[in-house]
Design a protein around this ligand. Structure first.
Ligand code: IPM
Ligand code: MG
Length: 357
């Protein structure tokens, strides 16, 4: 039986609107196929929101997110802010405030390879083939949200990194639970040889590991993990780590799949979940119809699965994406020798594939 899906759409900046448009084509096609009603509402965020209302996450947008079943998010960021370290209001603050206000303490970033794209990976085929792991990133704590500021007339700067037991326990619990659902291996990434917050993570990890005897738990320093991702990515099953380490490692992990434009994410926690590609706003490509929409399309697949528990809908999107790659219907970042398709053409193809299924 069909349901009504209330989705907040925050397209944001740069390529955000273009890639969101493709994800919506696909979402509409899936809803049509499965008889779901779609109720889409747009909200302002990022640099676009700063330009229009002076706030990267205006209260109306927050209310819209709270009132929706899921949020589909494009990208945020604009070079005019990146190059101005003194800017008081920044687009990224909108994203961070959204995560904090919605209580999205966990960011799930599945790293998967596509057979037909293995040749695009910077790693040798035998290293990357079959690599498949879940990066669970803590999203509302740590250095991102600690006290920050300047002293000494602006000549000294600080960013405080703080974690509470409660914050660590709830994210590690998710890590253990995903490990149980997958291949029962959990890697807890930290810098416990240097950082006190990491030592608390490790201590709590060791306590909790006793409650999950079926999970093989390992502890790894972040520098070592960074190396291992490119040396032996197949050794990971579920990786859980704090906010900043997770940000860095997930970018690294994404490119071994062939393109940063492929990986989706789900941010989950206390209120409405947010689904967004892990890449940024790619301002150089904005408006050119060349950006890869697949990460956003796969984020929509995660939305069906995680927010609505609609596994068949999610699976159909994944099938369409795989079919597009096998048919070489791909944007320039992954097109190889063949013809490079436009962003909108890839979206049309995927929606068409779903419609004729
Ligand atoms: C991400 C992004 C954000 C982050 C930026 C845009 C603030 O890099 O979602 O990974 O650092 O969390
Ligand atoms: Mg990042």
């Amino acid at each position: 039986m069909g349901k009504t899906l209330n989705i907040a759409v925050l397209a944001g900046d740069g390529i955000g609107p273009e890639i969101i448009e493709q994800a919506l084509k696909v979402t509409k096609a899936v809803c049509k196929k499965f008889g779901h009603e779609l109720n889409l509402k747009n909200g302002l965020t990022g640099a676009t929101a700063i330009d229009q209302v002076g706030d990267p996450y205006p209260p109306e947008t927050h209310q819209l997110c709270m009132d929706s079943d899921a949020v589909l998010f494009g990208a945020i960021g604009d070079p005019k802010f990146d190059n101005d370290p003194t800017a008081k209001v920044r687009p990224e603050q909108g994203l961070l405030r959204m995560r904090k206000m919605l209580g999205l303490y966990a960011n799930l970033r599945p790293v998967e390879t596509f057979e037909s794209l293995l040749h695009k990976s910077p790693l040798r085929r035998e290293l990357v083939e079959g690599a498949n792991f879940m990066c669970v990133r803590e999203l509302t704590g740590g250095i991102y949200f600690g006290e920050k500021g300047r002293k000494d007339d602006g000549n000294t700067a600080f960013d405080n990194c703080e974690y509470t037991r409660h914050e660590i326990e709830r994210i590690l619990k998710l890590g253990f639970e995903y490990a149980i659902k997958r291949n029962k291996k959990l890697t807890i990434v930290d810098k416990a040889n240097v950082l006190e917050t990491s030592r608390l993570w490790r201590q709590i990890g060791q306590e909790m590991a006793k409650m999950y005897p079926e999970v093989e738990t390992e502890y790894m320093f972040v520098d070592n993990a960074a190396m291992r991702i490119i040396q032996w990515p197949k050794s990971f099953d579920v990786m859980v780590t704090e906010n900043m380490f997770g940000d860095i490692l997930s970018d690294e992990a994404s490119v071994i799949t062939g393109s940063l434009g492929l990986l989706p994410s789900a941010s989950i926690g206390l209120h409405t979940s947010v689904f967004e590609p892990i890449h940024g706003s790619y301002p150089q490509a904005a408006g050119k119809d060349i950006a890869n929409p697949v990460a956003t399309v796969l984020s929509a697949a995660m939305m069906f699965e995680y927010a609505f528990n609609m596994m068949d809908e999610g699976a159909l999107i994944r099938e369409a994406v795989k079919a597009s790659m096998d048919a070489c219907v791909a944007t320039e970042d992954i097109a190889g020798e063949g013809k490079a398709y436009k962003t909108s053409e890839v979206g049309d193809w995927l929606a068409g594939y779903i419609a004729q299924k």
